[in-house]
Design a protein around this ligand. Structure first.
Ligand code: PBG
Length: 313
């Protein structure tokens, strides 16, 4: 009866799998702060994409990890048509076609040697408008490589409008924008920095949002919608369920939530110590995000959970 009267339930189609692909490795590399998650080779990435399709997962969000020597101040590898993310997009699209919504992270931090999400000015500060030009180019190479959706996660002002124009200019009107509208400057991104081998020193407080603020997030949200966001995201998810609920109530576009690396790591770590029931904690964390109003959830457990809940499909 509990099952019958449940107000929310997870479905495989709610889930999106974030995945890392690293250049120049012949075997996948484990990410120590995210047990069970790895930096994929192109081959294991294709396999993971096929497994996601088989489990009924809706989409995949790809992050490229270039070889160390390819990182530079401008994040050139991010706009190289033969950069690792673009190669991965082509391969995954070739493998699964339209069976999975293929999304690409549109941000420079994976490609810059200083680890910031944008290019820097002479004083070492992130240069918003110079970064927008880089994002426009990134959007075009990612769309050309086969992305169905680009995920603007860099948090520069004006990024959604610039990316929309850049896509339309090359005839990619059908490529959608998932705007990281509400993205807090969070300590819970810690394990992700290992996952993408980020060199970042310092923080992203000048462009990501203050965890104390809610009005600021609603303002960011309104701007992204005005600029043409097709879908919006709240990130992280767990510590920001109030924000997610408010966003879901405020907008009439699909709302995504990103259960990020630190949220994943906490549950895995506590479970490893036998302090919590892993599977139940995972399900509770996800149904909580759904209850708060997410239509789509990015989670590193996507394929595993899709298999669990898929039995009820
Ligand atoms: C930016 C980006 C980050 C994450 C996704 N996209 C890192 C950041 O903003 O510092 C974090 C995802 C996670 O922690 O799981 N490219």
């Amino acid at each position: 009866m509990r099952r019958m009267v449940a107000e929310n339930r997870l479905h495989p189609a709610d889930l999106i799998l974030p995945a890392f692909v690293r250049e120049g490795i012949s075997e996948p590399v484990a990410i120590s702060a995210m047990p069970g998650v790895q930096q994929h080779t192109l081959e294991t990435l294709r396999k993971a994409a096929v497994e996601a399709v088989e489990a009924g997962v809706a989409g995949i969000m790809l992050f490229g990890v270039p070889a160390d020597e390819k990182k530079d101040a401008a994040g050139t590898a991010g706009t190289d048509p033969d950069g690792i993310l673009q190669v991965a997009l082509r391969e995954v699209r070739g493998e699964v076609g339209d069976d999975l919504v293929i999304m690409s992270d549109l941000c420079l931090d994976e490609y810059t040697d200083h680890g910031h999400c944008g290019v820097l000015d002479a004083d070492g500060r992130v240069d918003n408008d110079a970064t927008l030009e880089r994002y426009a180019e990134m959007a075009q190479v990612q769309a050309d490589a086969g992305a169905h959706v680009v995920g603007t996660s860099g948090m520069m002002d004006g990024q959604v409008g610039v990316v929309r124009d850049a896509l339309d200019t090359i005839g990619k009107e059908d490529v959608s924008i998932l705007a990281y509208a509400v993205k807090y400057s969070s300590a819970f991104y810690g394990p992700f920095r290992e996952a993408v081998g980020s060199a970042l020193r310092g923080d992203r407080k000048t462009y990501q949002q203050d965890p104390a603020n809610l009005k600021e997030s609603m303002r960011e949200l309104a701007l992204d919608l005005e600029e043409g966001a097709d879908m919006v995201m709240v990130k992280p998810a767990g510590p920001y369920l109030d924000v997610l609920a408010k966003v879901a109530e405020a907008v009439d576009v699909p709302v995504a939530a990103y259960q990020i690396s630190g949220e994943y790591a906490m549950i895995e770590a506590a479970a490893e110590r036998g302090w919590i029931d892993r599977d139940k904690a995972i399900m509770e964390s996800l149904v909580g995000i759904k209850r708060a109003g997410a239509n789509m959830i990015l989670t590193y457990w996507a394929t595993e959970v899709a298999r669990w809940v898929g039995r009820e499909r």
